[in-house]
Design a protein around this ligand. Structure first.
Ligand code: THU
Length: 139
């Protein structure tokens, strides 16, 4: 995968490789890591439907496998009427490795783009703050 290409091009290109024989809905995703390396992923479906994985999950898995654990930007594309909306699980996956101000761009094949921050994509994300048990130390 060429590092010369931008996230948008990488997401469009990897989408072509999506394995989506059951939904016929191909999705491509590309992420930029904090170290400046780009990673791409597509959805990979399975005859046992719940075993299928999303494009965002693939791109994030490639990033983590390469040793990067922070992302600064995300681009997702599909052939949808409106720019594709990442599922809830993918929003939480992006939140795991991004920050509240991480830019997430959603796109369709017709040139419609919408960009938002991670905080806008998943307001009130479950985080380590919620697991802080200090509030229990009352005596
Ligand atoms: N899908 C993704 O890969 N990412 C999204 O953000 C939305 C949904 C995939 C999962 C499944 O293979 C197909 O799109 C239809 O749900």
């Amino acid at each position: 995968m060429s590092q010369e290409k931008n996230l948008e091009t990488l997401a469009f290109e990897v989408r072509e490789n999506a394995y989506a024989p059951y939904s016929n809905f191909k999705v491509g995703a590309a992420v930029m890591s904090e170290s400046g390396v780009k990673y791409a992923g597509c959805n990979v479906e399975n005859i046992a439907y719940p075993e299928g994985t999303c494009a965002e999950a693939g791109a994030i898995a490639a990033m983590v496998a390469a040793g990067d654990t922070r992302l600064t930007e995300v681009f997702v594309v599909a052939d949808s009427k409106e720019p594709v909306s990442p599922c809830g699980g993918c929003r939480q996956k992006i939140a795991e490795f991004g920050a509240k101000d991480t830019k997430v761009t959603l796109a369709n094949l017709d040139g419609v783009r919408v960009s938002m921050t991670m905080a806008e994509l998943l307001p009130g994300a479950f985080s380590t703050d919620h697991m802080d048990t200090d509030h229990k130390d009352r005596d």
